[in-house]
Design a protein around this ligand. Structure first.
Ligand SMILES: Nc1ncnc2c1ncn2[C@@H]1O[C@H](COP(=O)(O)OP(=O)(O)OP(=O)(O)O)[C@@H](O)[C@H]1O
Ligand SMILES: [Mg+2]
Length: 285
């Protein structure tokens, strides 16, 4: 136990960990995320460091309210660092917040977030249509390709969000996140609210797309089955920073109350049981 814990710490701090041999897609340096002002100001992140490399499927875990969604929003450029910096594909994350951002980073939001008044097709097409650079027919064609990519049929294109199952809503949201072929995909609780079969199917789809599209994927998840099915690396968010990173197996041995409770409960032990052949995590590098 102690040896494994030590190795997790070493993985977190080694000068050149194995995954650091790829191109660095996200570089977060001493990040402070601060809300409120004056006496009411509070920091969600303090001196948080994290590097994410091309081809990874990195899972971020942490207790509720520890700032996982805030971290994704920082990477997406929707928030300004109070201190420190967030670089995405070599540029400040803040530049992502503007026009064309969807061609660099795709985001699947925690609560689905489809526009209820738009059809499936118009939801998927939305970021591309907003850009205003392509004729409508081409935008529709691109959206149909993306729908097919996430396993939906052309006849689903005219449906309204209220008429979709939970799994279909996730697929539509994923198609929209991918509409501009971004190299980096952020997923906030991608399998939350899905039943075990729906969750397995969505994980299989994510694994396929990760490989086919050469994506770097950053995912927040509470779900251990999803974490073990997909992650090449895990980052634990606690005490306002990234406490440790490493393979799921290494991080599971790390001596910290949150980590032990998260991985060592009944669900953790089940998720860590040997998996059937061919169902391992995405390699990615
Ligand atoms: N726009 C905001 N203004 C003020 N406080 C905020 C804002 N966004 C997030 N926070 C606060 O930041 C903290 C972290 O929120 P965040 O949504 O990142 O948590 P989380 O780790 O994603 O939690 P969960 O697992 O429940 O989704 C919370 O205390 C939240 O209230
Ligand atoms: Mg969240």
């Amino acid at each position: 136990m102690a040896d494994s814990a030590t190795s997790a710490v070493l993985s977190a701090h080694a000068a050149t960990p194995p995954w650091a041999q790829g191109e660095r897609v996200v570089h977060i340096d001493k990040l402070w995320s601060i809300f409120g002002s004056g006496d009411n100001a509070f920091a969600v992140h303090q001196d948080l460091d994290l590097d994410i490399y091309r081809g990874e499927m990195l899972s971020i875990v942490g207790g509720s309210g520890t700032g996982k969604t805030v971290l994704l929003r920082q990477i997406l450029g929707l928030l300004e660092p109070g201190k420190g910096s967030v670089q995405v594909l070599g540029r400040p994350g803040r530049e992502m917040g503007g026009e064309g951002a969807a061609s660099r980073v795709g985001m699947l939001f925690q609560h689905g977030a489809l526009y209820s008044a738009f059809s499936v097709l118009d939801n998927v097409a939305f970021p591309l249509r907003e850009l205003g650079t392509l004729p409508d027919a081409l935008v529709d064609a691109a959206a149909l390709v993306k729908l097919q990519m996430v396993g939906l049929k052309p006849e689903h294109a005219t449906r309204m969000p209220a008429d979709l199952s939970g799994g279909m809503v996730k697929r539509v949201a994923l198609a929209r996140a991918l509409i501009m072929d971004p190299p980096l995909l952020l997923l906030d609780e991608p399998t939350a609210g899905l039943d075990p079969n729906g969750s397995d199917d969505f994980c299989a789809l994510l694994r396929e797309l990760h490989a086919e599209l050469d994506l770097t994927v950053v995912m927040v998840t509470h779900d251990l089955d999803t974490l073990f099915a997909l992650s090449s690396r895990v980052a634990v968010l606690a005490e306002k920073k990234v406490l440790v990173t490493g393979t799921p197996q290494d991080v599971a041995q790390f001596q910290h109350p949150f980590v032990q409770q998260f991985f060592q409960g009944e669900r953790g032990r089940r998720a860590m049981a040997p998996a059937p052949a061919g169902s391992g995590p995405a390699g990615g590098l």
